[in-house]
Design a protein around this ligand. Sequence first.
Ligand code: 0O2
Length: 210
Amino acid sequence: MNHWEQFLAPYKQAIDELKIKLKGMRSQFEQQHIHSPIEFVTGRVKPIASILDKAQQKNIPLDKIETEMQDIAGLRMMCQFVDDIETVVKLLRKRNDFRIIEERNYISNKKPSGYRSYHVVIEYPVQTILGEKKILAEIQIRTLAMNFWATIEHSLNYKYKGQFPEEINKRLQGAAEAAFRLDEMMSQIKEEIQEAQVYFTKNKEAVKKL
Ligand code: 0O2
């Protein structure tokens, strides 16, 4: 095992475990036939090249990345509605398998780029054969519309390295505004949508039993 593999191993283990735990929250809502505030969960360990890039950009010495880079382990929880985000954050605060060390609300304080999301930084204890190792992980909670915008902007960032031409910048700001309005419109018909979804899940289960 090389140095990086060794360093990243507990982060990988944390992602594997947390994905199962956070996806489990969704299943529990489904079993109770109540609207799940969680639509889907993803997770990744930051690629080595991105760790090195970010360390350079933010002047983080490599021997400090463990404490200063909070998103080497990153999870995303996608929600249908903006209100669901708060429900999810409250559920995370109640858990006792990790400790929340910071919350960043980029929904009430959107970033100048137009980025919206709620970030929760946790300290997660990984059990290893050498004992417990506490690692930092970042959970990003956002709606499907926020995620759509962030995914597109992120891939454009690769191409333009953050230096968007004015025209693209304008379009991205417009798209961020449209995503915000879409979230508002969906919130207004939330009850209708949820009733239809519960009806659909129950019907699906009835068919399975036939
Ligand atoms: P990747 O590829 O997603 O891992 P900073 O980087 O200074 O803004 P900091 O302290 O690293 O902030 O933490 P922050 O802002 O809580 O979260 C950083 C992560 O949030 C980013 O990770 C992105 O995942 C996401 N993010 C923050 N701002 C934006 C944005 O304007 N657009 C998009 N698409 N995502 C954003 P990385 O390391 O940048 O990238």
